[in-house]
Write a protein that binds this ligand. Structure first.
Ligand code: F6R
Ligand code: MG
Ligand code: MG
Length: 362
């Protein structure tokens, strides 16, 4: 049977500050999704201050009913968030009326449709205090680097490699590049994480979808800084796709990402257990959680908390050490983001304010 997985998320109010989701918002979302006739199954999780709706159905991607369900859930949650005076209630809902699709309205969306295999393991990754380009490193490691994924060398279904769909989020264009053939060119683009973002990955042998991520950038929608775009990612695993452990392995190095305090700092991406998904130190560091599921006739068997175990303790320690190192730089680059990534913040206003005070040096 054909199944669609839709992960739609938004920050609709923080508890406390920008660090978490209040339990009421989770119950409201669960109640709302439970009533839906369109879904096969759902799970509601929280990562930092982001409410994550993980849904399965048979309506395909970009379906109006599913998107409306997510939107209405966020609207209802926002009402409660406002009552409780949660922080930044309704923060990510940038538009007031729903017009058929939540894309471009603030929430992040990662969806994929596939023919469910005999056994269908998937992993949903959710991050807080970072941006969509944060996955570029991991997706490259998972689907293009044999040092991370030996399956690329060993499994005959993977030896032709994977096709990467890259979005230029500033110019609204997309490009398809193949791995391994085009890896140097691919890396040349996706190394610029604020602009080139991997949206989807397909297996080349049969064009099966392998991964789908959210690429929404709030500041580009709103034209001002309104928080980072805390991304989600859905990946399929095993039997011709990277093994679950190959997907997770890419997070053993807590690579530097943009986000953290005020969405304006580089810091390490720390893999955390569900119960530890609360960015505290300097509103961070940026965190990622991994929810593993077996899909059975469209139902979610899980989630399994994939970063909970001691296997990822070392990555967390490394992330803490890296956080110390970054923090010592204070307001200096490259801890603080470069100028062009600060364009929607107060820095732009400051440039304007001092425009005429700068005197020419002869
Ligand atoms: C980053 C984030 C937080 C806030 C910071 C200031 O994505 O959400 O680091 O930017 O806590 O928040 P405000 O401006 O709401 O006081
Ligand atoms: Mg927030
Ligand atoms: Mg967030």
């Amino acid at each position: 049977m054909k199944v669609t997985i839709s992960v739609i998320k938004a920050d609709i109010g923080g508890y406390v500050g920008h660090s978490g989701v209040h339990p009421d918002l989770i119950s409201i979302a669960e109640r709302k999704l439970k009533k839906s006739k369109d879904l096969i199954d759902y799970r509601v999780l929280a990562c930092g201050d982001d409410l994550e709706l993980i849904m399965s159905h048979q309506k395909g991607v970009d379906n109006k009913n599913i998107h409306k369900l997510a939107w209405d859930t966020f609207i209802e949650g926002t009402k409660r968030a406002k009552k409780l005076k949660l922080y930044g209630a309704g923060q990510d809902l940038l538009k007031s009326t729903f017009s058929g699709n939540v894309r471009g309205m603030g929430p992040g969306i990662a969806e994929m449709e596939f023919e469910e295999r005999k056994s269908e393991p998937i992993v949903v990754f959710m991050a807080d205090k970072t941006e969509p380009g944060a996955w570029n490193y991991n997706l490259y490691k998972m689907f293009a680097d044999p040092f991370n994924t030996p399956g690329l060398v060993i499994d005959p279904n993977m030896e032709k490699g994977f096709k990467f769909e890259v979005y230029d989020v500033k110019e609204h264009k997309r490009l398809m590049l193949n791995a391994p053939d085009d890896i140097y060119h691919l890396l040349a683009f996706i190394g610029t994480t604020g602009r080139y973002v991997i949206k989807r990955i397909f297996r080349r042998i049969d064009d099966e979808i392998a991964a789908s991520s959210s690429v929404e950038r709030l500041s580009l929608i709103a034209g001002k800084y309104v928080g980072k775009d805390d991304p989600v990612l859905v990946t399929r695993a095993q039997h011709g796709f990277p093994a679950v452990g190959e997907l997770l392995e890419s997070f053993s190095y807590p690579h530097p990402v943009a986000g953290w305090m005020r969405g304006s700092h580089h810091g390490p991406l720390m893999p955390v257990a569900f119960e530890d998904a609360t960015p505290t130190r300097f509103d961070g560091p940026p965190i990622v959680m991994a929810a593993g599921f077996q899909i059975a006739n469209g139902y979610f068997i899980g989630p399994k908390d994939m970063f909970k175990g001691p296997q990822f303790d070392r990555a967390r320690q490394k992330a803490n050490a890296a956080a110390d190192y970054f923090r010592m730089a204070g307001p200096f680059e490259p801890h603080r983001l470069q100028m062009d990534e600060m364009e929607y913040t107060k820095i732009t206003e400051l440039m304007e304010e001092y425009k005429d005070s700068w005197k020419k040096i002869d």
